[in-house]
Design a protein around this ligand. Structure first.
Ligand code: F6P
Length: 361
């Protein structure tokens, strides 16, 4: 018999987090009469026992809000938690503390909303006995076990709007305009926004590019009377004989590498090799913020309700997922540890190539 559940949002923020919280809290409180506790700032709140109790109004008015009302963190791992002691930094396994905090609050089950890092820890906490259900979140759409994560389509929408706007300057000034988008080691945001925005070149981590082939495409267009080109480049893209461009290393983060800078690198090369004026826009965190589009609000709501139903049915150790547009579940074990990347010979790449998009290969 469930009486009280806990919920937490971990990892980078993402449009739709509040919509999931709303769906979880409304279903749990009003359909089943359970109490809902929200831990603050991801695993940090579970370690230090920082939480809020959802009141009847806390799940209202948040459907369209970006970010997460609970706060989040992409730096805290409960199994390797950073502690400052006498001015020194130490790492400690705080997973027992997490389980003790959950138990002492009388929480019967946890719904953990996050990407690969957050859900890997959720899987490990489940192995230690915590009753957990996961919800897949990331703008990168790189989680195995689900066709889509919520937040991704909003990021694609933002990137597509940026491409639409870049077209104006590209056409008017006869320039090459480059848009660098996020996505970590997967090219989902780049390929989907690139197709939706009508990009001429799309560079993704899954297909290493040859800069000469990229320039060839741009010059071919010029010869055909098209004096501008739009290039969408994923932050994780790399050349056939190069490496990904790292922007910075975030010390003490479970995933310390932050990518960024590929846009400027290829801009210089394209300008030099083609002789065409080239500009770069790095879209950055605009992709993570703001209102979720309707698709993500609906997906978030479907995921949130489904997570509560799994708890109700006593089905733990699963992540809710989207399988062929139906809500389903997948063991957390299968959902984490390996990322889902764009198949280089898959349908999206094939249709883009059919309409003349170059991947620089
Ligand atoms: O995983 C989401 C994401 O936005 C990635 O696309 C990006 O590489 C990373 O997070 C940026 O992280 P931070 O907000 O820590 O700079």
């Amino acid at each position: 018999m469930i009486k009280k559940i806990g919920v937490m949002t971990g990892g980078g923020d993402c449009p739709g987090l509040n919509a999931v919280l709303r769906a979880v809290a409304k279903t749990a409180m009003f359909k089943y009469g359970w109490e809902v506790i929200g831990f603050k700032d991801g695993y940090r709140g579970m370690v230090i026992n920082d939480y809020m109790i959802f009141g009847p109004d806390d799940a209202s008015g948040i459907l369209d809000k970006g970010g997460t009302i609970l706060g989040t963190s992409n730096k805290d791992n409960p199994f390797n938690f950073m502690i400052e002691k006498d001015g020194k930094i130490e790492f400690k396994d705080m997973s027992d503390q997490v389980i003790e905090n959950v138990n002492s609050l009388g929480i019967d089950a946890m719904i953990i909303i996050g990407g690969d890092g957050t859900l890997t820890s959720a899987r490990d906490l489940y192995r230690k006995g915590l009753k957990v259900v996961g919800v897949p979140k990331t703008i990168d759409n790189d989680l195995s076990g689900t066709d889509y994560t919520f937040g991704f389509m909003t990021a694609v929408d933002t990137a597509t709007e940026a491409i639409d706007k870049l077209h104006s300057t590209a056409e008017s000034h006869h320039r090459v305009m480059i848009l660098e988008v996020m996505g970590r080691y997967a090219g989902w945001i780049a390929i989907e926004s690139g197709i939706a925005g009508g990009a001429d070149v799309i560079l993704i981590p899954e297909i290493p590019y040859d800069i000469n082939k990229v320039v060839e495409k741009i010059l071919e267009r010029k010869k055909a009377g098209k004096h501008f080109s739009i290039v969408v480049v994923a932050e994780g893209a790399k050349s056939i004989n190069g490496e990904m461009v790292i922007k910075k290393i975030v010390e003490h983060s479970p995933d310390p590498i932050r990518l960024g800078g590929i846009g400027h690198k290829i801009a210089e090369e394209i300008q030099e090799l083609s002789g065409i004026e080239t500009r770069v826009t790095v879209l950055g965190h605009l992709q993570r913020g703001g209102k979720p589009i309707p698709y993500d609000r609906i997906l978030s709501t479907r995921f949130g309700v489904a997570a509560v139903e799994l708890v109700k049915n006593g089905e733990f150790g699963y992540m809710v997922c989207l399988d062929d547009n139906c809500i389903s579940k997948v063991p957390l074990d299968e959902a984490v540890g390996k990322i889902k990347t764009v198949p280089p010979d898959g349908e999206l790449v094939r249709i883009a190539k059919s309409i003349g998009v170059s991947f620089g290969d």
